[in-house]
Design a protein around this ligand. Structure first.
Ligand code: PLP
Length: 285
């Protein structure tokens, strides 16, 4: 495997950043994960647009310009011969002697890009069985709309899920409404077939997959209600699912050990999943 690290393509096993990289010391960085499907990078424009927003919100410079980054992403995909898989890219505020305040403005930001293959058959099998989620109290900061590498609450929540035999944890506000998963957005399907997901300006990450599912829903003639929903509403919904670049639309079959509907993946979720690739933007790798 090959990784890109600050201007060089290097063997993945030797890829490293300096110990004084601010990503390492302060989680002072942002990232993106893009899906690669059938040789195409999915929704690359939207991912780079969100990266631009994350960088701007944190007053961080682009490590290279947007066109150059797109070329590097393609090159990493190509060099790893990824046809189906994931691209990970991370930008940090660079390497500087440890000090909380920003380093001098001429400090170049760090850029790392990796890619890995994912077996599409394994993803399909996962969608056939669906995933289980647990709920945990929301304990993250207010700026989860920025896709930062500071993911400790998400790490702890997802570990707790794993220990409970589940695959995702939903962060829940004190009022009982679901925010999002540790690495996914949360959705339900109502009895009358509408898709419900929380408004993106209410303490969640605006998922790229979430945005594209709005387009998929329009194409399939499905109504979307952008509003908060409670854990109780999700437990009694017709379907529930999570979305991310890694999982696309993935059925949720149980919440806190309680089956959703008949405990099997729902047909609306599976139809969204099926139509997703046709609707999404496809950039040749
Ligand atoms: N919410 C959180 C907290 C995430 O970490 C992610 C993805 O990693 C998502 C939502 C889904 O976003 P996307 O669809 O862009 O992958």
């Amino acid at each position: 495997r090959i990784a890109y690290v600050n201007g060089r393509y290097v063997a993945h096993r030797d890829a490293a950043v300096h110990i004084e990289d601010r990503g390492y010391q302060f989680a002072d960085g942002v990232y993106e994960v893009c899906e690669v499907a059938r040789g195409f990078i999915v929704d690359m424009t939207r991912h780079l647009e969100r990266l631009d927003r994350s960088l701007r919100e944190l007053a961080m410079a682009w490590p290279v310009d947007r066109k150059a980054l797109a070329i590097i992403v393609r090159e990493v995909v190509r060099r790893n011969r990824v046809v189906n898989g994931l691209v990970y890219l991370q930008v940090t505020r660079g390497v500087a002697p440890r000090d909380h305040v920003f380093p001098s403005p001429d400090t170049p930001s760090s850029l790392v890009v990796t890619a890995k293959r994912v077996d599409p058959a394994a993803s399909a099998r996962k969608a056939e069985s669906g995933v289980k989620v647990i709920t945990v109290p929301e304990n993250r900061w207010e700026r989860v709309d920025i896709k930062t590498i500071g993911l400790l609450p998400n790490v702890l929540a997802k570990q707790k899920a794993k220990e409970a035999g589940a695959q995702e944890a939903w962060f829940v506000d004190p009022d009982g409404t679901v925010k999002e998963g540790g690495s996914t957005n949360a959705w339900i399907v109502t009895r009358d077939g509408a898709l419900v997901t929380r408004p993106a300006d209410t303490g969640i990450l605006r998922g790229i997959t979430r945005t594209t599912i709005f387009d998929v829903a329009a194409k399939l003639g499905l109504r979307i209600e952008e509003r908060a929903f409670t854990v109780d509403e999700a437990k009694t919904a017709r379907e529930a699912f999570v979305s991310s670049a890694t999982l696309i639309a993935m059925p949720v079959v149980a919440i806190d050990g309680q089956a959703v509907a008949n405990g099997h993946p729902g047909s609306v979720t599976l139809s969204l999943r099926q139509a997703f690739f046709d609707v999404a933007e496809k950039s040749p790798a």
